[in-house]
Every structure is written in structure tokens, then in C-alpha cells.
Design a binder for this molecule. Structure first.
Ligand SMILES: NC(=O)c1ccc[n+]([C@@H]2O[C@H](COP(=O)([O-])OP(=O)(O)OC[C@H]3O[C@@H](n4cnc5c(N)ncnc54)[C@H](O)[C@@H]3O)[C@@H](O)[C@H]2O)c1
Length: 454
């Protein structure tokens, strides 16, 4: 038998000749260029004496490649399925995706059988002196799962603790069973004991509907969760990084916001549980730093978007994309003149890893300074969705309109990071244009829709 041709993991031709119906088409190749027009082939960087670069294709294959699902033949001919399915899976998963999991959908019983991975994605083999034991709280969430992918690929031992309030096991399921990985269901408001070298403390719902769902619990998570994790850092002498937020600046009176600005926050409004929760979490962090010498890092994260974002949590990027993909009108709150800056997830993960491994203990803004009005952003999403649909041979049936809804309470009018400190101290700056990130995200949601999981 001749060897099968080597295909890009995103090549649509991988599906040719497969007689079973695939639940979703494979994603096409995407050429990604940075702000200067240079092709992006890796994420991560080489700085601070270590190399944390990973090929973009490898990272992308963890989220962008559609799950391999075949529909079982209705003839009940299990023998035919068994023999041909293995052969087809082998063809589908060539090259980088040799570790692609597979599932069989049984239409007669409307059930699906999952198969565990036969091989994990390759991870770096680090000498014990370089291999860190890393705890990621909230590691099953949007940001956490991308950080976990990166830390795993870099060869570290990663433990995720998460209560799955907004996160999901599926976002890290591709690592479950890996010798370097552990997933623990745990709520950070309760103490947690583990030996570790670094703690990325991300656990906290981040979108307004989720953090307002139970405001008291959000404050509790921010305060008690951070207290517990700082206590753990103190005992283990682990380096502690907290994911704070641009919301600590509230509705800012200075523009763009630099780290020395103290903020303008409504302490009793509907967003206060999150904004004030993060502010007190920062206060606690610096309390432990000054009193107990805990080695701390504070990342003030600005609006971030990317694959695995919950499409129903009311955040502007996912709202717009899902509405446009469904051919529904895009809803803009207010007149749409309020501005936002949007950062792509890979830039944020680079920033978090750079901060953790730097000597900077002051707060650091991590965000993309490219500012858009919400209206401009809605138009960009509409154009990208229409282009991707047209490229995939399914042009939109009608031009999506932009409609206006009432403005939510305390929604800040302007937000843009001053990232001078990140640039100077971490040699970090965002590489992804909003359009490039949006295109990946549109393809991700589109594949999820085709799969039936959105
Ligand atoms: N995404 C952004 O644009 C953004 C912006 C600023 C700051 N942040 C911060 O980054 C972090 C991650 O945000 P995200 O966008 O990934 O949100 P997310 O909701 O997707 O992830 C949060 C994770 O924390 C878990 N969690 C929540 N409460 C918990 C608890 N009490 N115990 C254990 N686990 C708990 C959730 O189940 C989820 O997996 C948050 O701290 C957020 O405040 C995010």
C-alpha cells in the first residue's frame, strides 16, 4: 500500500474519499500576518534566557481543527464500521494532528461515543531544573485553557483547579491522562494544598452576566480565592501571578489608562462585585508581598477574545460573530460611539508568560491599544464573517444590518491600555491585528456550528 500524501492539518482535501458523513468540514489553511505584514508562524518568544516559542500550527490544531466525528452506518454493519473507521481516521489525522480524537455519532439512538486520544500532542522534554510545577486556577476557562495549552507544550507539569462555573472540562480534555497534567474540581474559596513553583491565579467569572449572576459569590471568589492562593504561595514560596483587569480603572477619566492611574469605579453598581473584587484582590496581593515577601505579579488584562470563548456570555466579540454567522442583525448597545480595544488570546498568553518570568512586581497592563468604536467593530465583524462564508462557498443570504439596543448601566465609554510598561519591562507588545484574530475566531465558531455544538 502506498503511503498517503502528507496534508496540512487544515487542508480540506483530507476529507476527499471518506464515504462516511463528517459532522463538520476541516478548516482551510489560514495565512496569518502581524501588524507589520510579516507572517506569524509561532507564538511565544525567546527572552529572559529561555525559549518559549511554539509553532502556531501546533497550538491552533488544539482548538481550530474540527473534532473528528463520523456517523455510523444505519445498516448495523459494525464490522464494516470497525475496519473502515480506523483506516479513515488514520488518513484524516495525518501530520500534526496524529493525536486528533474521534467520535462516532449513532443516528438511530441519537448518541455519540467518544474515543480517548491514542497519542497526546508532543510536549518539550525539559531537564528537571527547568521544568516547573505550575498551578493554574480557573484553567478550564477561556484564558486558562489557552495558557494551559502553552505551558503543557513547553514541557511543564500543570495542575488545573476549577469549579467549572463558567469553564468546561472539554476545553482541557485533550490533556487529561497526560503524565504532566492534572485536573482537579475545586472551588478556590476553600483552601487547597499542593506543592508548586508558580501559580497563575485566574479563577473568577469574567463576563458581566456570569459575574452578576451571583454577585456575593463573585466577591467571595475574588477575596477568599485570592487569599487562599496567596497563602499557598507563601507556604510553598511559589511565584504568584493574578489576572486582574482593566475594570479596576472603572469609567476612566484619563485616556489611555496607565498603571499609576487609581481608577474611577462605582463601588455599589452592578459591576462593583467584579471591579471592586479585583481591586481588593490586588490589595491582598501587595499585602502579602510587603508583609510576607511573596513574589507577586499583577497582570491588568484588557478585553481579550479568541476561540473557546463562551458564545453566550454577552461579551461583544462573541455576540457579534454569532449573530453575523447566523445571519441575524448585530446589536450594538447605545449609539456605538463608545470605544474598546481588543486583544487576541495568543498575545495575552505571551504577556502572562513574559510577566511571570520577568522581575516586574508592579501591575502591568496587557492589552492591545488599537482602538475601535463599537460601531466600527461591528462593521469589521460583519465584513469578515461575509468574506469567510463566501470563501467557504456559502455566501451570506442577506447583508446583516447593525441595530441599536439600550446601553447597560456603568458601561465605560472609553478604554485603551497604555502598554509602555509592558513594552519596556517585558519587551512585549501585541502582534495580532484584530482582523487576523477575528478571522480565526469566525472559523472556530463556524466549525462549532457545523458540528452542531453551537
Ligand atoms: N477575557 C477577558 O477579556 C479578561 C479581561 C480581564 C481580565 N480577565 C481575567 O482573566 C481571568 C480568566 O477570564 P476568562 O475570560 O478566561 O473567564 P472564564 O469565565 O472563561 O474563566 C474563569 C474560570 O474560572 C473558573 N472559576 C470561577 N470561579 C471559580 C471558583 N470560585 N473556584 C474555581 N474556579 C472558578 C471558571 O469555572 C472558569 O473556568 C479572570 O480572572 C478574569 O477576571 C479576563
Amino acid at each position: 500500500m502506498s503511503a498517503p500524501p502528507v496534508l496540512s492539518p487544515f487542508a480540506t482535501s483530507a476529507l476527499i474519499d471518506i464515504p462516511f458523513k463528517m459532522s463538520s468540514p476541516a478548516a482551510p489553511a489560514i495565512r496569518t500576518v502581524d501588524k507589520e505584514g510579516k507572517e506569524i508562524t509561532t507564538v511565544g518568544f525567546q527572552r529572559f534566557g529561555f525559549d518559549c516559542e511554539v509553532p502556531l500550527d501546533v497550538v491552533r490544531a488544539l482548538y481550530l481543527r474540527p473534532h473528528y466525528v463520523i456517523t455510523a452506518p444505519t445498516s448495523n454493519d459494525a464490522t464494516e464500521l470497525d475496519t473502515r473507521e480506523d483506516e479513515q481516521h488514520a488518513r484524516f489525522t495525518q501530520g500534526l494532528s496524529a493525536y486528533q480524537s474521534k467520535s462516532i455519532f449513532h443516528p438511530e439512538t441519537q448518541s455519540i461515543s467518544y474515543t480517548t486520544l491514542s497519542r497526546f500532542p508532543p510536549v518539550k522534554l525539559l531537564p528537571p531544573s527547568n521544568r516547573k510545577r505550575v498551578l493554574v486556577t480557573g484553567g478550564a476557562g477561556f484564558v486558562g485553557s489557552h495558557l494551559v495549552d502553552r505551558l503543557m507544550l513547553l514541557g511543564h507539569e500543570v495542575t488545573v483547579i476549577d469549579n467549572f462555573f463558567t469553564g468546561s472540562k472539554t476545553s482541557v480534555s485533550h490533556w487529561v491522562g497526560h503524565p504532566n497534567f492534572e485536573l482537579v474540581r475545586h472551588d478556590v474559596v476553600e483552601p487547597f494544598m499542593i506543592e508548586c513553583d508558580q501559580i497563575y491565579h485566574l479563577a473568577c467569572p469574567a463576563s458581566p452576566p456570569h459575574y452578576q449572576f451571583n454577585a456575593v459569590k463573585t466577591v467571595k471568589t475574588s477575596f477568599m480565592g485570592t487569599l487562599n492562593m496567596l497563602g499557598l504561595a507563601k507556604r510553598t514560596r511559589a511565584r504568584f501571578l493574578i489576572s486582574s483587569t482593566s475594570e479596576v480603572y472603572g469609567d476612566p477619566e484619563v485616556h489611555p489608562q496607565h498603571e499609576d492611574y487609581w481608577g474611577h469605579v462605582n463601588p455599589i453598581g452592578p459591576r462593583a462585585c467584579y471591579d471592586e473584587g479585583k481591586r481588593v484582590a490586588e490589595t491582598l496581593t501587595y499585602g502579602f508581598h510587603r508583609q510576607d515577601g511573596v513574589d507577586v505579579r499583577v497582570a491588568r488584562i484588557f478585553n481579550t477574545y479568541g476561540p473557546r470563548m463562551n458564545p453566550y456570555d454577552g461579551r461583544v466579540v462573541s455576540n457579534f460573530i454569532v449573530q453575523a454567522l447566523r445571519g441575524e442583525d448585530i446589536t450594538v448597545y447605545g449609539d456605538g460611539k463608545q470605544t474598546r480595544s481588543f486583544q487576541y488570546i495568543h498575545d495575552l498568553v505571551d504577556g502572562l508568560i513574559a510577566l511571570m518570568n520577568s522581575g516586574e512586581t508592579r501591575p502591568v497592563n496587557i492589552g492591545n491599544g488599537d482602538e475601535f468604536t463599537i460601531l466600527e467593530f461591528a462593521e469589521l465583524v460583519r465584513d469578515i464573517v461575509a468574506r469567510v462564508q463566501t470563501e467557504d462557498g456559502e455566501p451570506p443570504k442577506r447583508r446583516v444590518q447593525i441595530i441599536h439596543g439600550p446601553m447597560p448601566t456603568d458601561d465605560p465609554q472609553k478604554r485603551r491600555p497604555d502598554t509602555t510598561r509592558a513594552k519596556k519591562e517585558l519587551d512585549w507588545q501585541p502582534r495580532w491585528t484584530v482582523a487576523m484574530g477575528l478571522e480565526e475566531m469566525v472559523r472556530y465558531y463556524k466549525a462549532k456550528m457545523a458540528e452542531g455544538s453551537l
